[in-house]
Ligand binder design. Structure first.
Ligand code: F6P
Length: 541
């Protein structure tokens, strides 16, 4: 953002800071003016510390960014990821479900369609218990998704969120981390002869995934008296590096491609979502794509004032650069969405956690806030104290589902009542006078001391997102909403949202530390802390 634009936001913020959210919420038609719907999603941002003038100023910044051209360039397949010279085409993965014609290159659409068909054939065969044509033995009961980051978080979120749609044909497990406790526990629970391993790695170089793959391969081979070929029959690979998958002995019919034009954290719509398709079946998987396509169409056509991803992005920019809040909380009021904060952490922080632009120039403004969160109501009984009365303000996305997938009405009403109550409490607070009126016992000084502790400053912003129901469509739309929010923020902040160089240094260091840890040959070049810790670890081994 330009210095002038930041000044405008600062001026708007200075004007709005003295206006308590109580006042803003009391203005006529506040909800009608500051809520919008797209398909199955309703966004209420009336509890954001914004008014029309501030929104208009944000809109002006947006218009100056040429956002529509950049948006269309993404859908078209222009090279948006400059540092890796790649187009950014996760939207093409769901374009077949879109009402609008896909502007992506025809050969890419064709490749995607072929892969989706192959994926469907594999899923159908496994569901029938007849995947011999793919070389997979009969009797698969358990599927282990081996993958980390984007090869784990999106599929895991969706598999957990859509438990109501599970066919029940397979038990699905996720093994992202290299922590041996998890893999050892999983191997104790599962029968290797009835386990299918999905080795999901865009790069096929990820240490955790390859190491876990080797462990499971050995475990399965042992069940076949060391027969490697029979063990390999239990593996399916999903990767942009199909040669590396083939080098592990996985034949082409069990290698599903993904592509360099899809970032890992944007890849759940591709064959990376195979575990999801196995959990919910292909018709539901297509419905999931349809929900995302619905959001794509909305993003491509709606005016910015009605455009949910744009509004979510502007609200984020306002809270970060206008009001200066360094964190953002995501609180889904539904256990099925428990993985949403972790998913959004990667989507937003890996995409937007940058401080230079694509030309290497320093950015003028702060970028991504710390994204974190956990499910309500659990979170209310854990960290909400700090959110209500602590010294820092954390804007929130409160996410709820209107129609539950169960008949326990009292439970659901209680859940929604809590969601609504928290948003109100954060915004309105409780004044010192109100707190004092409630403090009826003790001396005057004691009453005042207690009232101070029972005062809630309020004026703490939140948005509420309501899904009509949690379905494959609405979940697809919700994820796509956040993907496009990221794109818009990337434009406003002048960031390449599709690379992630910041993850590399640690990976390189881990590679050089591993031999020192195992052999005890610790190079002097290591820093004092690393040397000391290696010695401490080796002393206990
Ligand atoms: O280390 C970060 C990262 O590259 C993510 O961007 C990615 O989602 C994850 O690792 C897994 O990568 P891969 O799918 O290539 O194994």
């Amino acid at each position: 953002m330009q210095a002038g634009q930041l000044d405008t936001l600062a001026r708007e913020a200075a004007r709005l800071i003295p206006l308590h959210l109580r006042k803003l919420l009391a203005t006529p038609q506040r909800f009608e003016r500051f809520s919008r719907r797209a398909g199955p999603l309703l966004l209420d941002f009336s509890r954001q510390k914004l008014d029309e003038d501030a929104l208009q100023s944000l809109g002006a910044v947006l218009q100056q960014s040429g956002w529509q051209q950049r948006r269309d360039a993404m859908f078209r397949g222009d090279v948006l990821n400059a540092s890796e010279q790649r187009p950014v085409l996760h939207t093409a993965l769901r374009a077949a479900e879109s009402r609008l014609a896909s502007p992506a290159p025809a050969e890419i659409n064709a490749e995607i369609a072929t892969t989706l068909r192959r994926m469907g054939d594999l899923v159908d065969a496994l569901e029938r218990g007849d995947a011999g044509a793919f070389g997979i033995p009969a009797g698969i009961t358990d599927v282990v998704n081996l993958g980390i980051g984007g090869s784990d978080l999106g599929p895991r979120l969706a598999v957990e969120a859509l438990s109501n749609c599970h066919s029940g044909r397979f038990r699905c497990h996720f093994l992202p981390n290299v922590d041996g406790h998890e893999i050892a526990a999983l191997m104790r629970r599962l029968d290797p002869r009835h386990t299918l391993v999905l080795l999901v790695s865009k790069s096929f170089t990820t240490q955790e995934t390859l190491l876990n793959g080797a462990v499971l391969r050995h475990w399965i081979a042992q069940a076949y008296a060391g027969d490697e070929a029979r063990a390999a029959a239990h593996f399916v690979a999903v990767s942009a590096n199909v040669e590396a998958a083939a080098a592990l002995g996985i034949p082409p019919e069990r290698v599903l491609p993904m592509w360099d034009f899809v970032g890992g954290r944007y890849s759940v719509w591709s064959a990376v979502g195979l575990v999801l398709a196995l959990a919910i079946g292909m018709p539901n998987f297509r419905a999931f794509l349809r929900g995302a396509a619905l959001m794509d169409d909305h993003f491509r056509t709606a005016d910015w004032r009605d455009n949910l991803p744009v509004l979510l992005a502007l609200i984020g920019v306002w809270n970060r650069n206008g009001l200066g809040y360094p964190a953002h909380g995501v609180i889904p009021y539904l256990d099925g969405l428990a993985e949403l904060p972790a998913f959004l952490q990667q989507l937003e922080m890996e995409s937007l956690g940058k401080r230079v632009n694509a030309d290497g120039g320093d950015l003028h403004q702060a970028t991504v806030p710390v994204v974190w969160g956990s499910v309500g109501t659990n979170a209310q009984h854990a960290f909400f104290q700090a959110l209500h009365q602590g010294s820092d303000i954390v804007p929130l996305d409160l996410i709820g589902v209107v129609r539950p997938a169960h008949a326990l009405k009292d439970n659901h009403d209680a859940l929604l009542a809590n969601l609504l109550a928290q948003g109100a409490a954060f915004a309105l607070g409780k004044t010192p006078d109100e707190a004092l009126a409630e403090a009826t016992r003790g001396s005057d000084a004691e009453r005042r001391a207690l009232a101070a502790q029972r005062t809630f400053p309020g004026d703490r912003p939140s948005s509420t997102l309501l899904l009509d129901a949690l379905t494959p469509e609405s979940l697809g739309a919700l994820i796509a909403l956040y993907e496009h929010k990221v794109l818009v923020q990337a434009l406003l902040w002048d960031i390449n949202a599709f690379d992630q160089w910041g993850v590399e240094l640690g990976k390189t260091l881990a590679k050089s530390i591993l031999p020192a840890l195992t052999t005890g040959q610790v190079p002097d070049a290591f820093d004092a802390s690393t040397r000391g810790l290696i010695a401490a670890i080796r002393a206990l081994e």
